[in-house]
Design a protein around this ligand. Structure first.
Ligand code: CA
Length: 409
C-alpha cells in the first residue's frame, strides 16, 4: 500500500471511528492514544474488526485494546543493531556458565518426576527441557516485562514486519479470549515472546499444552504446562527421544573444511571411516546409524561439532547455530559431561569491517552479495573461495587477519 492510500484509508476509518464513538465528541478513553495519532486509532479499529471476524469476543477486545498505543521502547529495540559479530566463545561463556549448569542440575533433580512424565508422553529427554528452560528465561527468572498486546500492536502497526506481527497479535488476542492468561499477566519480550519458554503467540496456539489439567495453557506460571509445551513443540518438529543432539569431535589435520556445512549430511560411519573424525578425546566415534553434519562455530581454530537430526529441530525453535550448540552443550553438562575442549580467544569483528570485507571480496570477483555486514551463507561461500585461492584453511570464517590480508592484496 502506498503512503497516500494508507493515509486516505486511515482518515476514512478515523472519521468512522469518531462517528461510532459519539459523533465528533472528544475521543473516549478507549481511543485516548488514537487522539494523538489518528492513523493508529484507525489502524486499531481495522484490527479490531478483523479480530471480531475471527470470533474473538468484543469484551476481550474492549479490555485488551483499551489504551493501547505504540510503545517507543519496542521500536527502539526493533531498530537497534549490534555493532560487532557475536562470537561463539563469548556466547557460550555467557550462556553456559558454571552457575547455570549447577542450577540446572538441581532443578532437574527437583522436578525429576514431572520431567519423566513429560518425557513418557512426548519423548523429549529431561536434560534438554531443562536446557531450553535455562537458556530461554534463566529458569523462569527473565520472561520479559513488556505487555505482549502492546508490544505486538506496536510492531504490527509499524511498517517493517507488519504482516508477521499482525498475525501474532491476533493469536495473542485469541489466547486472551480463551482465558489461558489474564491481560495484566500476559507479559513477554519486546517482540512478543511469552512465558518461561518464550513462545511467540503462534507457537503457543500450535503447541502449548495444558499438562496440569486446569483447563488453561499457562506457560508463564505452571511448570507442568511449561515443560509439556516445550516438549510438544520439539516432538511435533521431529525430535527423537532416543538420540542426542550431536557431539564435539576432533578433525584430522588435512580435513577439507568445505565439508563443514549443514547442507552436507553423511552417515557417522563415513565421517569416522572416510574422513577420519574421532571424538574430541581422541577415541573412536560410536558405531550408530545416524546422518550428521559438521558445524565450526569459530572457524578452523575453534571446536568442531558433528550434529544430528535433533540439532536441526533446535534450529526450528531458534535458527541461531550458536543457540543450538548452547542448548546441546548445556544439556550435556547437566548430565555430567566435561566442558568443551578449548574455546579460542576470538575478537569480535565490527559489522563495518564485515561490510568492508564483503566489498573487497566482490572487488576480487568472489561474489559476497550486497555488503550488509551480516555473515550469511553467500558471504561464507565467497570467503571460502578466496581462502582456497590463497591456500589457507577454507572455513569461510571472518577474522581480523583475513580482512587485513584482503586489504593488502
Ligand atoms: Ca494448565
Amino acid at each position: 500500500m502506498t503512503g497516500l492510500t494508507r493515509c486516505a484509508r486511515s482518515l476514512a476509518l478515523f472519521v468512522c471511528l469518531l462517528l461510532a464513538f459519539g459523533g465528533g465528541q472528544p475521543a473516549s478513553a478507549n481511543q485516548a492514544a488514537g487522539s494523538a495519532d489518528p492513523g493508529f486509532a484507525a489502524w486499531l479499529q481495522d484490527l479490531r474488526e478483523e479480530a471480531l471476524a475471527k470470533g474473538i469476543s468484543a469484551a476481550t477486545l474492549d479490555a485488551a485494546l483499551k489504551d493501547v498505543a505504540p510503545v517507543a521502547r519496542v521500536i527502539e529495540k526493533d531498530r537497534s543493531q549490534r555493532e560487532f559479530t557475536l562470537t561463539f566463545t563469548r556466547y557460550l561463556r555467557s550462556s553456559v556458565t558454571e552457575t547455570r549448569v549447577e542450577r540446572a542440575q538441581r532443578l532437574m533433580e527437583e522436578h525429576r518426576d514431572l520431567l519423566q512424565r513429560v518425557e513418557a508422553r512426548f519423548g523429549v529427554q529431561p536434560r534438554f527441557l531443562v536446557s531450553f528452560w535455562g537458556l530461554e528465561s534463566n529458569f523462569g527468572d527473565y520472561t520479559g516485562g513488556f505487555s505482549v498486546i502492546r508490544a505486538l500492536a506496536t510492531l504490527a502497526h509499524d511498517s517493517r514486519r507488519s504482516a508477521f506481527f499482525r498475525a501474532e497479535l491476533l493469536h495473542a488476542l485469541q489466547i486472551l479470549d480463551e482465558g489461558h492468561i489474564t491481560l495484566d499477566r500476559m507479559l513477554g519480550s519486546w517482540a512478543g515472546a511469552m512465558g518461561q519458554v518464550q513462545f511467540i503467540p503462534s507457537t503457543f496456539v500450535n503447541f502449548a499444552i495444558d499438562f496440569d489439567g486446569d483447563g488453561r495453557r499457562d506457560i508463564w506460571n505452571s511448570l507442568p504446562d511449561i515443560f509439556a509445551s516445550a516438549a510438544n513443540y520439539l516432538s511435533q518438529e521431529g525430535w527423537r527421544g532416543d538420540e542426542t543432539w550431536g557431539r564435539e569431535v576432533a578433525l584430522p589435520p588435512e580435513f577439507d573444511f568445505g565439508l563443514a556445512s549443514l547442507k552436507i549430511a553423511k552417515p557417522l560411519a563415513d565421517w569416522a571411516g572416510v574422513h577420519g573424525l574421532r571424538k574430541a578425546d581422541g577415541s573412536p566415534l560410536p558405531a550408530v546409524d545416524l546422518d550428521a553434519s559438521i558445524v565450526l562455530p569459530s572457524g578452523h581454530r575453534g571446536p568442531a561439532f558433528l550434529v544430528y537430526r535433533n540439532y536441526r529441530t533446535i534450529l526450528i525453535w531458534n535458527r541461531s547455530i550458536l543457540y543450538a550448540l548452547a542448548v546441546g552443550h548445556l544439556a550435556d553438562r547437566i548430565v555430567g559431561a566435561a566442558p568443551l575442549s578449548a574455546l579460542p580467544d576470538e575478537q569480535p569483528i565490527s559489522l563495518k569491517a564485515i561490510e568492508e570485507m564483503q566489498a573487497l571480496l566482490n572487488a576480487k570477483g568472489f561474489d559476497a552479495g550486497e555488503p550488509d555486514g551480516l555473515v550469511g551463507r553467500q558471504t561464507r561461500a565467497a570467503l571460502s573461495a578466496y581462502q582456497r585461492a590463497i591456500g589457507v584453511p577454507a572455513d569461510g570464517y571472518p577474522t581480523a587477519e583475513i580482512i587485513e590480508r584482503l586489504r593488502r592484496e
